[in-house]
Design a binder for this molecule. Structure first.
Ligand SMILES: *[C@@H]1O[C@H](CO)[C@@H](O)[C@H](O)[C@H]1NC(C)=O
Ligand SMILES: *[C@@H]1O[C@H](CO)[C@@H](O)[C@H](O)[C@H]1NC(C)=O
Length: 625
């Protein structure tokens, strides 16, 4: 997932250097071992060499298999896209269709509408519609493993779509995609469930995809057909032109990609209710495909933004549950997040731990422990073992989950989150985390976040990289700071909302066995407990900021984190000024040079510079490895 290809090269290099140094130290180990019993050593070495040979054969065929699987995934997605289009779900009554979607994806949630379903159920029309929708859901769940989301019966989506002043509240659901075929079938199911639950005409979906080499584009077409049938306004860019320029800072690039997904908030809508339109003023002229499904009731006017939502749901490429998005939307905050988790990788564990585990595995293959331990110095053998998917899967299966997004999340004291319980430091939050209640923080993102649109629409803020002299933090950290400076400072984490990045982790993320120290609550528990008392949270404007050293893509958490006053200087106003100036100079630039720029961009194809949106590849290796 994410930028796996991007990461591979570096991993390999690290492996090679470590392999070399291991080879040198091997000599000494062998001397000791041979002194014990040279014959045993020789015969075990022969066995191991044979093993090595067999393993490398398996490895080769795995590559061929992977290529085959890639083609298969592509055609599965493309076939399903065609099938959904052919079913012509748009012919059905809209309410009936949404009911069928809810019932097919999450029967427990739909059971809250038992009466409607019973009435609808009696009609032959609903029967045939249900059959079609269930077929699509079956295809999605069998294309890639999806995770079942258990409905929280105490959660009542009835309050959604209603603002505080009795007005309609509108949402923009935004996401960036890049090589995400693994998560997309799950993602699509949960998205359409979410849109089936949200009141009509309250939500818009915006997805910006670029640079994918897998079936991501075809999956997005499946989604696009489903949304069109459900009359959900959306803008999905497939094959976007955005690539990371040679000298562009990584965070600047990520910020740009996120802003593309947010564009419906501020771009003028000049399209009618049809598909495949390019917006005339859209910078995306080189995009392969832009699908847009018009706004409800044809209310779109070209001078108005497409979808000036009140709140934004920003999703990373995560396994999420519609239930959890709905839960986050119940909170009254300027920025509301869940918690994201992953598991440690074997290669990140301390060297001694790895060697012992290797010896343990060899013992199971009847090699004595001392010999297994010595063999762990044979670099090719050791790295072959460590790279094996089954070894890694076994290690992950028994590891506890760790909190993931430590680069961005800051507790209300301004400290980094801990990877393990109790996660935070200030006493007020400690208690609430343990009880599974929402707690105040200085910053979060954590895979799924609800943002107030105020800073974007009322103040012209954009997601951005750091200004000169500012801490070189993540674009998400800088957004937290911008929010606070503009007075949007109620930032909340709900610890019962949990996200994961792989199918395996998503299955375990709600289990008390793997996530320790947080009680899992349902919505009724939260409502019964006292709400956040903001007067009890520390108000000092300080947080630890971990700046990315120039030219680096990794943070060293022991060296790069410093206390930072995020209120002064006011970099928000500096960034706003810089943006206005850039906009002016863009306008002043003559048209031909713009075309030239676009042309030169096209001359550099094949360059893959799309780092992942998650922080993972930025995290330093764990202590001791
Ligand atoms: C969008 O409409 C506004 C208001 O009429 C106008 O000021 C602005 O220039 C338009 N923007 C674009 C990109 O067309
Ligand atoms: C920072 O600047 C922005 C934009 O000029 C302004 O709205 C905001 O109030 C300032 N915040 C602080 C804390 O000075």
């Amino acid at each position: 997932m994410g930028a796996a290809a991007w990461d591979d090269g570096r991993k390999k290099n690290r492996g090679l250097t470590r392999g070399r140094s291991l080879l040198f130290s091997t000599l000494q180990g062998w001397k000791q071992a041979a002194a014990c019993n040279p014959r045993v050593v020789m015969s075990w070495a022969a066995v191991m060499l044979l093993l090595l040979y067999l393993l490398s054969g398996r490895h080769r065929s795995r590559h061929a298999q992977e290529a085959l699987q890639r083609n298969r995934a592509q055609s599965v997605a493309a076939t399903l896209a065609g099938k959904v289009a052919e079913l012509n779900l748009g012919q059905y009554d809209l309410e009936l269709l949404k009911l069928a979607v809810r019932h097919a994806i999450n029967p427990a949630e739909a059971a809250s509408h038992l009466r409607e379903i019973q009435i609808a159920d009696s009609t032959a029309e609903f029967g045939s519609l249900m059959g079609k929708v269930q077929g699509i859901v079956w295809d999605l769940t069998h294309a890639q493993a999806t995770v079942e989301c258990i409905w929280d019966p105490t959660l009542h989506p009835g309050s959604l779509g209603k603002g505080k002043m009795g007005n309609t509240e509108r949402y923009l659901v935004a996401a960036n995609m890049h090589n995400n075929e693994e998560v997309l079938p799950h993602f699509i199911l949960q998205l359409i469930h979410l849109f089936a639950v949200l009141p009509p005409e309250t939500a818009f979906l915006s997805i910006y995809e670029s640079g994918s080499k897998d079936s991501t584009g075809a999956w997005l077409e499946v989604l696009q057909h489903l949304l069109a049938a459900m009359h959900i306004p959306h803008r999905i860019v497939i094959g976007g032109s955005l690539t990371r320029a040679k000298d562009q800072a990584r965070i600047d690039f990520l910020a740009q990609a996120r802003n593309r997904a947010l564009e419906p908030l501020w771009l003028n809508s000049s399209m009618a209710t049809s598909t495949s339109l390019l917006l005339p003023h859209d910078p995306e002229v080189t995009d392969r495909k832009l699908t847009a499904w018009g706004l409800p009731g044809g209310r779109a006017k070209s001078s108005k933004p497409m979808w000036p939502a009140d709140r934004i749901v920003f999703l990373n490429d995560v396994y999420f549950c519609a239930r959890d998005t709905i839960r986050l939307l119940q909170h009254d905050g300027d920025m509301v997040c869940g918690l994201d988790f992953d598991r440690p990788k074997l290669e990140e564990m301390p060297g001694e731990f790895q060697r012992n585990r290797f010896a343990e595995d060899m013992r199971r293959m009847w090699a004595p422990r001392w010999l297994g331990y010595q063999l762990s110095r044979v670099a090719p053998l050791f790295f072959r073992w460590r790279g094996s998917p089954s070894v890694n899967a076994a290690f992950k299966a028994e590891s506890d989950m760790e909190f993931y997004d430590i680069w961005v999340a800051r507790d209300s004291d301004g400290n980094l989150f801990e990877k393990h319980a109790p996660y935070v430091t200030d006493p007020y939050s400690l208690d609430r985390v343990a009880r599974g209640l929402p707690f105040p923080v200085k910053c979060c993102w954590n895979g799924m976040v609800i943002l107030s649109s105020g800073p974007f629409l009322r103040h012209g803020t954009r997601i951005r990289g750091h200004e000169k002299g500012e801490c070189a933090a993540s674009e998400c950290t800088l957004l937290c700071n911008d929010f606070q400076r503009l007075g949007f400072s109620r930032i909340i984490v709900d610890p019962s909302v949990r996200l994961a990045y792989t199918h395996r982790d998503a299955r375990d993320v709600h289990s008390a066995r793997f996530v320790k120290g947080i009680r899992l609550t349902d919505w009724a528990d939260v409502q019964a407990a006292p709400p956040i008392d903001w007067s009890l949270t520390p108000h000092r404007p300080y947080a630890k900021c971990c700046g990315l050293p120039e030219g680096h893509d990794m943070i060293d958490f022991d060296k790069d984190c410093k206390w930072d006053n995020f209120m002064t200087p006011n970099f928000t106003s500096i960034a706003l000024r810089a943006r206005t100036q850039r906009a002016h100079s863009m306008e002043a630039r003559p048209a031909p040079s713009q075309q030239q720029a676009a042309g030169s961009q096209q001359q550099a194809p094949g360059r893959e510079e799309w780092p992942t949106l998650r922080g993972e590849r930025l995290l330093s290796t764990r202590n001791g490895s």
